[in-house]
Write a protein that binds this ligand. Structure first.
Ligand code: TYD
Ligand code: MG
Length: 458
């Protein structure tokens, strides 16, 4: 087949150039031109990709929305309860899932376990490995205790061959591990470059839609925490999952960032064991460190991720700083930390202007909800004063710039979880305090606060 001509397209303005240029001729931005395949002149009534798009959009009449039946998508559970939870119930026919995460976090392990379970349940699966040889995959299978696995493995990195194999094998699910190793010979750029990743993912997505094969793309995350191929993949696929967690701890989280077939922000929790990843169905207490005695600078909060409340310990350390004091946070937003320190100063008289402040969410979890504010402030104050918070203490609530404490969504559920795990004192926003006594909160003394200074005084 004759090679299609390459053109260079600007990522910002879409201008094209036959040669690569450092500066875009259209908008003048630097370094935005990436290679892509030039489209051959379209035959009448059909574009270059007509064949594959034809399957996507069979000619049909215009219908009123009310006349179209909303068919529920059929999902096939993967046998991994926690993975199914983030997928919204299971793998969807023709659905494309992107799983991102740092190297070594367990993407290959999880997917091998999942396709093995699916294959055993009677769904033909194909595992395409571009990073490892077949022998390495077999070694991993042995480690996982699935040596006799019937899963088909293909060690290949050329897109055209992968698509041809998929078309002839017609698996129900195909895993591409990883999309960064796949290249198309239509492009001259190296595997892993933006243009290759984008082009290959687009082809695979089209294949999934036209054939009904569910495709799972594995993607590596770059140093700045983005999926390589700057976000271009995220809008192409149906579901985006991110693996999170500290490689030094055994717990791993999978978070749904986007899901056309389910809820976002749902998380799945796994533990990495000697024999692969095991789902943790009751994760509420795994992010607490075990202190024999209460220590200064530690405050437990209840966060609500997806549908499950989880207890997470927030640690803070305040130390005498130099000329320009440092503010560092792990698992929490740094800008938010700066804001909370200002509120602490202005509304509670806790000054940290000349101090280094470090905060950390234990266990490598990332907390994005503002309900962590109160716990962060209490941990900082506790560290600054060298006074531990009482044993069995929890707090949550959002703090505003005026020093007011705002309610967190579904506060009662959070309190119930804390009571269930034996916590005895809670500081919560006034609107979250239970209106009447309930057996579910037994043993928990609840202090309702409206302002930060009240919370700090307690
Ligand atoms: P892997 O799935 O190769 O990560 P990724 O595909 O995301 O790069 O996971 C590799 C890590 O997991 C490696 O450090 C070894 C560890 N591991 C276990 O602890 N137990 C196991 O059973 C397996 C297969 C791997
Ligand atoms: Mg891998």
């Amino acid at each position: 087949m004759a090679k299609d001509k390459s053109i260079y397209t600007c990522n910002d303005c879409g201008a094209t150039s036959p040669r690569w240029l450092g500066k875009c001729p259209g908008c003048g931005a630097w370094n935005t031109l990436v290679e892509s395949v030039a489209e051959a002149p379209a035959a009448p009534g059909k574009n270059r990709l007509g064949a594959s798009f034809a399957a996507l959009a069979p000619a049909s009449e215009v219908q009123p929305l009310s006349a179209i039946e909303a068919v529920d998508v059929a999902r096939t559970p993967t046998g991994q309860g926690e993975l199914d939870r983030v997928l919204g119930g299971g793998i969807v026919e023709g659905g494309v899932v992107l799983i991102g995460g740092d190297p070594g976090i367990g993407k290959s392990t999880l997917l091998l376990q999942a396709v093995d379970a699916l294959q055993r349940a009677g769904l033909p699966a194909l595992y395409v490995t571009g990073e490892e040889s077949g022998a390495q995959v077999a070694l991993r299978a042995r480690r996982l205790g699935i040596t006799g696995s019937p899963v088909a493995v293909l060690a290949e990195i050329q897109l055209e061959k992968i698509i041809a194999t998929l078309a002839s094998q017609q698996p129900a699910i195909a895993v591409i591990d990883s999309i960064q190793t796949v290249y198309s010979d239509q492009l001259t750029s190296a595997p892993g470059s933006v243009s290759q990743v984008r082009e290959c993912a687009a082809h695979l997505t089209r294949f999934a839609k036209s054939s009904g094969t569910a495709v799972v793309l594995v993607g590596h995350v770059t140093k700045d925490g983005q999926l390589a191929g700057p976000r271009v993949l995220e809008h192409m696929v149906d579901t985006v999952l991110y693996f999170e967690g500290d490689t030094h701890s055994s717990f791993r989280l999978i978070r749904a960032i986007k899901n056309r077939f389910g809820a976002v922000n749902e998380i799945g929790v796994f533990a990495m064991t000697e024999k692969g990843l095991k789902g943790v169905s009751n994760p509420s207490a795994i992010f607490l460190s075990q202190h024999a005695q209460p220590v200064p600078g530690s405050c437990v909060m209840v966060t609500l991720e997806g549908t499950r409340p989880m207890l997470v310990e927030i640690q803070a350390l305040v130390d005498t700083g130099g000329v320009s004091p440092r503010r560092l946070s792990v698992g929490l937003e740094r800008d938010r930390l700066a804001m909370l320190l200002a509120v602490l100063h202005q509304h509670a008289g806790v000054a940290t202007g000349d101090q280094d402040v470090f905060v950390n969410a234990v266990g490598g979890v990332r907390i994005s909800e503002p309900a962590a504010d109160l716990a962060v402030m209490l941990a900082i104050t506790s560290s600054l004063r060298g006074k531990p918070l009482p044993k069995g203490f929890i707090a949550f609530g959002e703090v505003g710039l005026a020093g007011e404490v705002r309610p967190a969504p579904r506060g009662q559920e959070r309190l119930k979880e804390a009571a269930k795990l034996g916590f005895s004192v809670a500081v919560v926003p006034k609107a979250n305090a239970p209106k009447k006594a309930d057996k579910a909160f037994e043993g928990l003394t609840i202090h309702a606060v409206e302002r930060v200074d009240e919370a700090m005084a307690l």
